[in-house]
Design a protein around this ligand. Sequence first.
Ligand SMILES: [Zn+2]
Length: 256
Amino acid sequence: MGVEVPVAPSLEDLFGQERPGEPDEAAGEQRRAMVFAAHPDDADFGAAGVAALLARAGWEVRYVVVTDGSKGSDDPTLTPERLVAIRQEEQRAAGALVGVEGVRFLGFTDGELVHSRALLGAIVREIREFQPYAVYTHDPEPVIIRNVFVNHSDHRVTGLATVDAVYPAARDRLNFPEHLEAGLSPHKVRELYLWGANEPNFDVDISDIVDLKIATLLAHPSQFPSDEAFIERVRAFWREPDGRYLERYRRVVLFT
Ligand SMILES: [Zn+2]
């Protein structure tokens, strides 16, 4: 009798017909996805559902949190240093719930993010190191999302710097040549997915895992209450009129 090796479900099993593209593993591409989020908890709002599904399919998913989250509290007894440490722990715990392989923190100051060479270089370095097939981040374009939310300036800056890093900065070897000296290769990301989009063109059905997604938010007790009113409010946020729960993205398959 042979040992039964568990087989990971396919993307078709998990996503159905409308599913993300897959890497050409014969050509050396890897089943890796990377999520760039402005603050601890944004990856969970934005992409915890798709991260959970990809992890179930055997993909490696890494979160990168761009700012330190040091402004996210009204508690006068909490120092920014203590808050940063608490929020890192919360983000690691939330990522572990959906099976991400790790969380990186770039440490830019919360609320003060500007598009800079330093920010772009830090994101390019992460992409070149991890070599993801797909990148998920904030849609940088909306200032107002669906006439309901103001899109936080840090979200827009993170999204824009990440888009710029994906194309062309990470791809072209003469950008940030110090990375070559550090042993990092240029990298072509194949697909980009943007959350918080006013014009989404790609839906991920998270109906089976919406409770898991909500659990990732509850893993941030410094940010959110865990009462029924909050849970119902966020549940309604992802519920469609037909009763399904969706994460909605703007998907760009990059021209190669
Ligand atoms: Zn945020």
